[in-house]
Design a protein around this ligand. Structure first.
Ligand code: NFS
Ligand code: SF4
Length: 656
């Protein structure tokens, strides 16, 4: 997206930067307080046009080499690398980094699980034994009449292969619909262990190794799949087993969750363990008493970004805002500690926190920040860290200086739709299944489904693209599944209430009213995009909507993406068969062979494909057109017959 140079900072209207009223209010205050945020820096830092097009390479010291976006085939790098090689390699490295982030997070969860099962960690237990059994069964582990511990040990051993296995398919490949898996096998991209795939991708993108953009992209797909069906899926499943599978819960979202008369602690990051432990710390009677002794009415714990999204889905912990609100919320002067772990933590937080005397506390051994306070979180003694965080927050509360200004905005909504719950909700506890969802898609009440996920980005008006896109989709009877910062954007816009069904088209609103659900279903954090993959597989297995994920009337979007993790997610959705559209910008030059491969070629090979537009209405149009194309291929374009389709007809339809 091109952003016009807006001239001097004084002329910028905060309303052009965000549609989030609370964030806007805080940006106004930041201006008055002389505090700088990423919104300011995005205006003064012009994005490098060559980098934006991914037309530069710095993979060796003969370069860096810069090719021209205007004449991409006019020049090659010093080594002779073409524009397609350079773009494919840069893209691959984004996939590798994003996949590494998710899989390392998943591996940390698995480490924790092993130690819990072996009895070496006692602060956490297996909370959801039903989920333990169902995950074990899904990958062929015998559960009948066996001890929980034995099942858990077997599950650990199996899932470890997701990372370490040098050869053969990862365990969750067993969950992939047969025809999708066949497409992967034919292309040679069924992932081995993630460590191997990421290592190979880094090797192949080294100077002078893989220099065919198609071959590089194959390994990008394989690596991304080792994230979606591997590391991310392990992160989700293990977190559910240890901390409980989400089911719908009413939650308050937005900065109004902060309480002027309480000790406010924000947790922002991605791994749930630290958040789980701080949740028990804030409920510790001695610490509550200490807060009261300091003059506070209590301790108020709120989440932000993805760990926040996970905790609101799982436990109904209030959520204060998404990625582009993390600096702004400190401007309230009401935050008594911000506690972070890994990923999406802006280094700029240090300076803002400093201005308001708020302790910014890093906790993870892999993520220190210069100028922040580090209190190491250890899984074997988690409370040592989280109790200390609470103590520091209480002391900051006692010494609060200057006025506090909390935007008085809260949006209540229903979150926590795991794929298990969707199953239960639509099918009822007695015949829990995806049949009703498939039936409603087949009879046309629901036109199709869309995953709208991902970040916010200061290069576009915060939340605006998410909100406009989702409104367009539901208006056209598309059921929207959400995760991460996008889910929070729509929650702030008030779409997470059953009443929001009135914004949906007639078919979708009828289903929502019958079931009592909102027209958008929030599934949790970014690693929980794996829940969307599982839901998609179940829809295929249910029958009537084709034989592979690529046959489903389904599309995806990350309208305001910014991170490399988003690219990995996009690539695993595309490789799984989903048309996936990104907004903001796309690191590619239109008209190159690599562009043609991502935006057309992959679909011809039986996968999904990439799309790009910064405009939410155009994005909705492209997604709906794709959904309609898939409906037509399934023979579902013949008007809205409101008959229940029986199994035989359904099989006939999918055979067509
Ligand atoms: Ni996802 Fe979460 Fe948010 Fe984007 Fe960052 S918090 S993992 S990457 S910005 S959705
Ligand atoms: Fe330039 Fe080739 Fe080196 Fe890249 S690998 S910096 S294109 S010489």
């Amino acid at each position: 997206m091109e952003k016009e140079e807006t001239g001097s900072k004084k002329t910028v209207n905060v309303r052009d930067l965000t549609i989030c009223d609370a964030t806007a209010q805080m940006l106004e205050k930041a201006k008055r307080d002389g505090v700088e945020t990423a919104f300011d820096r995005a205006l003064s830092m012009k994005a490098c046009p060559i980098g934006a097009d991914s037309a530069c390479c710095k993979h060796c010291a003969m370069g860096p080499c810069r090719l021209s976006s205007k004449d991409p085939y006019g020049k090659v790098g010093v080594c002779g690398a073409t524009i397609d090689t350079i773009q494919a390699r840069n893209f691959a490295r984004m996939v590798a980094s994003g996949a590494a982030a998710h899989t390392d997070h998943g591996m940390a969860m698995l480490d924790l699980f092993r130690e819990v099962v072996n009895g070496n960690i006692t602060d956490y237990q297996i909370k959801d034994t039903e989920k333990l059994e169902s995950v074990a069964q899904s990958i062929g582990i015998e559960t009948e009449g066996r001890e929980m511990k034995d099942i858990a040990l077997d599950l650990y051993k199996e899932l470890e292969r997701t990372y370490t296995q040098v050869d053969g398919e990862i365990p969750f490949a067993a969950r992939v619909p047969e025809k999708t898996l066949e497409t992967w096998r034919k292309a040679g991209i069924v992932p081995r262990g993630a460590m191997r795939e990421i290592m190979e991708l880094m090797h192949r993108t080294h100077m002078g190794v893989d220099q065919h953009y198609e071959n590089i992209t194959k390994q990008s797909s394989r690596t991304a799949l080792s994230d979606g069906w591997g590391g991310s899926m392990v992160a989700t499943e293990i977190s559910d087993i240890l901390y409980g599978t989400p089911s719908p819960v009413s939650v308050n979202v937005n900065m109004g969750c902060l309480k002027e008369d309480q000790v406010n602690i924000i947790v922002h990051g991605h791994e749930p363990n630290m958040f789980e432990s701080i949740l028990s710390s804030v409920n510790e009677p001695t610490l509550i008493q200490a807060a009261k002794d300091a003059g506070a009415k209590g301790i108020n714990l709120v989440g932000m970004c993805c760990s926040g999204a996970e905790m609101m889905s799982r436990h109904g912990v209030p959520h204060a805002g998404n990625f582009m609100s993390t600096e702004a919320i400190l401007v309230t002067n009401a935050v008594d500690a911000m506690c972070v772990d890994i990923q999406c933590i802006k280094q700029g937080l240090v300076k803002v926190a400093d201005c308001y005397n708020t302790p910014l506390i890093t906790t993870n051994t892999r993520a220190h920040i210069e100028g922040a306070t580090h209190i190491e979180f250890k899984d074997h003694d988690p409370r040592a860290c989280t109790d200390e965080v609470v103590i520091r927050a209480i002391s900051r509360f006692k010494n609060r200086k200057g006025p506090v200004e909390i935007p008085k905005i809260q949006n209540i909504g229903i979150h926590g739709f795991s794929h298990e719950y969707i199953n239960y909700m639509l099918g009822g506890s007695f015949r829990g299944s995806y049949t009703p969802l498939n039936d409603n898609i087949i009879n046309g009440r629901i036109r199709g489904a869309a995953g709208v996920v991902g970040c916010t980005n200061p290069r576009v008006k915060q939340d605006w693209v998410h909100v406009e896109l989702v409104k367009e989709l539901i208006k056209n009877d598309v059921l929207v599944l959400q995760t991460g910062c996008s889910q929070v954007a729509l929650a702030k816009a008030g779409l997470y209430t059953p009443e929001a069904a009135c914004l949906a088209g007639p078919g979708l609103s009828e289903v929502c009213e019958a079931v009592g659900m909102p027209p958008v279903l929030g599934m949790g954090s970014c690693v929980d995009n794996s829940r969307i993959l599982v839901a998609a597989s179940q829809m295929v297995k249910e029958g009537g909507l084709g034989n592979s994920i690529a046959d489903l009337p389904l599309a995806g979007a990350a309208p305001e993406w910014m991170s490399e993790k988003a690219i990995s997610i996009g690539q695993y959705f595309v490789a799984s068969g989903v048309y996936t559209i990104f907004g903001v910008t796309f690191p590619i030059i239109e008209g190159t062979k690599f562009h043609k491969l991502l935006f057309e070629g992959l679909e011809q090979q039986g996968f999904g494909k990439w799309g790009f537009t910064a405009d939410p209405y155009e994005m909705a149009k492209l997604m709906i057109a794709h959904i309609d194309k898939k409906r037509k291929a399934l023979g579902l374009d013949k008007g809205k017959e409101r008959v229940l389709v029986d199994m035989a007809t359904r099989r006939e339809m999918s055979a067509a």
